[in-house]
Design a protein around this ligand. Sequence first.
Ligand SMILES: NC(=O)C1=CN([C@@H]2O[C@H](COP(=O)(O)OP(=O)(O)OC[C@H]3O[C@@H](n4cnc5c(N)ncnc54)[C@H](O)[C@@H]3O)[C@@H](O)[C@H]2O)C=CC1
Ligand SMILES: O=C(O)[C@@H]1CCC=N1
Length: 275
Amino acid sequence: MNEVMNLQKKIGFIGTGNMADAMIKGLVNNFQDIYKKMYVSDKALDKAEEMAKLYDLNLCQSNVEVVKNTDIIILAVKPNIYRYVLEEIKGYVTNNHILISIAAGISIDFIQGYFDYPIKIVRTMPNTPAFVGEGMTAVTANSEVKHEELETVLNIFNSIGKADIIDEKLMDMIPAVSGSSPAYVYMFIEALADGAVLQGMTRDKAYQYAAQAVMGAAKMVLESGKHPGELKDQVCSPGGTTIEAVYTLEKNHFRGIIIEAMEDCTTKTKKLTGK
Ligand SMILES: NC(=O)C1=CN([C@@H]2O[C@H](COP(=O)(O)OP(=O)(O)OC[C@H]3O[C@@H](n4cnc5c(N)ncnc54)[C@H](O)[C@@H]3O)[C@@H](O)[C@H]2O)C=CC1
Ligand SMILES: O=C(O)[C@@H]1CCC=N1
């Protein structure tokens, strides 16, 4: 855990599903007493109730109640639900609030379109490893958001992993590389473990070996400053075992299939708001 920080603002979550859970868990671990300043609502009240009970948060009976009680509102509902929630809360959102979108494909303009006056909007794309403080979040804000307000938002996302400001033009491709990609990485870990089980290892050990290898390799990329290709070459002893596996992966389009899957992911992201 990082050094525990203080946050003056009150934070609301509209929607308490998987991504909200990951963020709330990360925030509770990183900000002292933040649970007292967090408010949650969900159309499925029992889900919000469960979340509020788990982390000792303030439970709201409606989305509007979240807006009325908080400074920063995180819209943690599915992209197709945004329109309903925005219709519902628009009369209560002021220019003092910061509205944070975490949805795939929902643009700043789409959100602003629900308001007759300029609203502070931050569009983000986080991912579920926020749950363990290792999230990756892309962030972009409109010009209503002041420098220090953006710093607060970055502080929130940096506390649950890493945050990076990017141009909104790139936002639709972020699910492919980091929002959705944990799913493909879990598939890779499952495949490694299946391979290990096939060769006689127990399931428990197989997941541990596979996940630790993936985490170690990721850390090498982030911390060694070396190109991934160079790191790969360091594992491939001449005439050794690794190059045999690398050759099989290359013959079967290992990289090509991932790049193609990412293209499909982005195509779907663009479809979510009809782009
Ligand atoms: N799951 C993930 O890995 C990631 C999800 N996201 C984004 O996060 C958002 C939420 O996704 P998940 O948490 O995966 O979905 P989810 O389905 O787990 O959670 C959505 C929640 O919204 C609630 N809800 C539905 N209608 C509502 C309404 N009118 N008012 C209040 N609550 C309502 C549902 O009951 C549910 O608890 C999506 O926009 C998605 O694009 C972004 C990055 C990663
Ligand atoms: O699958 C989805 O639509 C969401 C967006 C990024 C990750 N999960």
